[in-house]
Write a protein that binds this ligand. Structure first.
Ligand code: FAD
Length: 368
């Protein structure tokens, strides 16, 4: 019997597991894949992640892994108009790091702190506690059964746990993303590029040692054209392999439920354009751990669920406007390009918006 079982070992699940294990809870992580594994992501680590990584005693370890330092973000409009904005430098710089490296080190930290990590374990069904108490029974595809008092859904935007519990919003017609790594073009520099195309947009970031992360975002009908552009632009063969994911937008789910806590993308997805998803994953994982510890210390179940939902909403509320603005802009590359023309005349505006996204925060979100 575990105090808490966490489904998904990405940054949200691993952060939650590390903080729970550090607090002395019997903690289990069930992860579908065997790490290290890549996933669809721009690989950019927003500077707001550093305070959480320091609390996990991971900042130096992350920095010692292969990564690219990003000193500016370059926006390229449809007509080729290019605008560059400087990013923070020094200890709070934005870096790009492959998810195979980053996710593995966070999960390894959870293991080091005492969490039991079970990889190659896909959760397929659940029995939830009754209204008068009890525990979760969790079954994996290899018919292993685990029992736990509390459950955390950290299994990403298409969360199986949310689906089984009847919480996952119905899928809408949505954009898709493709992602790959390729040899770094000569003279690419230390920049992250956000390039608008008539079909959608592309994100490009150097991840160190001569490799580039390339993401493409478009509606399904235009993705083939966007991919053809990328193949020609970067000299890739049509056989080049890409990872894919959808949806990019989805309604949020109330993060605190009865004995169930949703973290990271499972609770809420944000527009990838601003490169903040990993931060929200780490931060909500820490917040959920706070809630779980207080529940294990005897605080009332309904009160903990409501307090976690409130704190989770607050975590996003302060920064969500900028994400919504970015989403509104990128949904139409033409409008985004017009915005770039305006920003060219008012560069301070773009600098201000960028600083809002990458501004380091020193305090942690807390439960009320
Ligand atoms: C195109 C694109 C670009 C992005 N770029 C950036 C960026 O540059 N920077 C940034 O910060 N964010 C970016 N994001 C967002 C970021 O990738 C996510 O927000 C982040 O990965 C969320 O972490 P998570 O731990 O919640 O979920 P995930 O990272 O998705 O981890 C979920 C884990 O759960 C496991 N799992 C799933 N189902 C089960 C199951 N049934 N049983 C057991 N395990 C299961 C999966 O194998 C996975 O390891 C981008 C997203 C997209 C789509």
């Amino acid at each position: 019997m575990f105090d808490v079982a966490i489904v998904g070992g990405g940054p949200a699940g691993a952060s939650c597991a590390a903080f729970c294990a550090k607090a002395g809870l019997r903690t289990l992580v069930l992860e579908r894949e065997i790490f290290p594994r890549e996933k669809v992501c721009g690989d950019c680590l927003n500077p707001v992640c550093w305070p959480i990584l320091r609390r996990l005693e991971l900042a130096e370890r992350v920095r010692s892994l292969r990564h690219g330092v990003l000193d500016r973000v370059e926006f390229i409009g449809l007509g080729g108009r290019t605008l560059a904005v400087d990013l923070p430098i020094g200890a709070d710089a934005e870096i790009a790091i492959k998810r195979s490296l980053f996710d593995q080190i966070v999960l390894a930290r959870a293991r080091e702190l005492g969490a039991v990590i079970q990889e190659a374990s896909t959760v397929t069904s659940l029995n939830r506690p009754g209204v008068s108490g009890g525990h979760w029974t969790i079954t994996t595809s290899s018919v292993e059964i685990f029992e736990s008092h509390l459950l955390v859904a950290a299994d990403g935007r298409n969360s199986t746990i949310a689906r089984i519990c009847g919480l996952l919003p119905r899928g809408a017609k949505e954009r898709i993303a493709l992602q790959t790594h390729l040899p770094l073009p000569v003279d690419f520099g230390n920049r992250v590029v956000l390039q608008f195309r008539p079909e959608g947009y592309s994100g490009q970031a150097p991840v160190g040692e001569g490799e580039l992360n390339l993401c493409l975002v478009s509606v399904p009908a235009k993705m083939a054209a966007l991919r053809s552009w990328a193949e020609a632009y970067f000299g890739l063969s049509p056989q080049h392999s890409w990872r894919t994911i959808t949806p990019l937008t989805r309604k949020p789910i109330a993060a605190g439920q009865r004995s169930l806590f949703l973290v990271g993308d499972a609770a809420r997805v944000v527009e990838p354009f601003t490169g903040e998803g990993i931060y929200y994953a780490l931060a909500s994982g820490e917040l959920a751990a706070d809630a779980i510890v207080s529940r294990c210390n005897g605080r009332n179940e309904a009160e903990v669920a409501a307090a976690y939902t409130e704190a989770h909403d607050k975590l996003y509320r302060g920064r969500l406007w900028i994400n919504r603005l970015a989403r509104a802009a990128v949904l139409s590359p033409r409008i985004a390009s017009v915005c770039l023309e305006i920003a060219h005349l008012q560069p301070a505006l773009l600098r201000f918006l960028t600083s809002k996204i990458v501004k380091p925060v020193s305090t942690s979100a807390r439960m009320p």
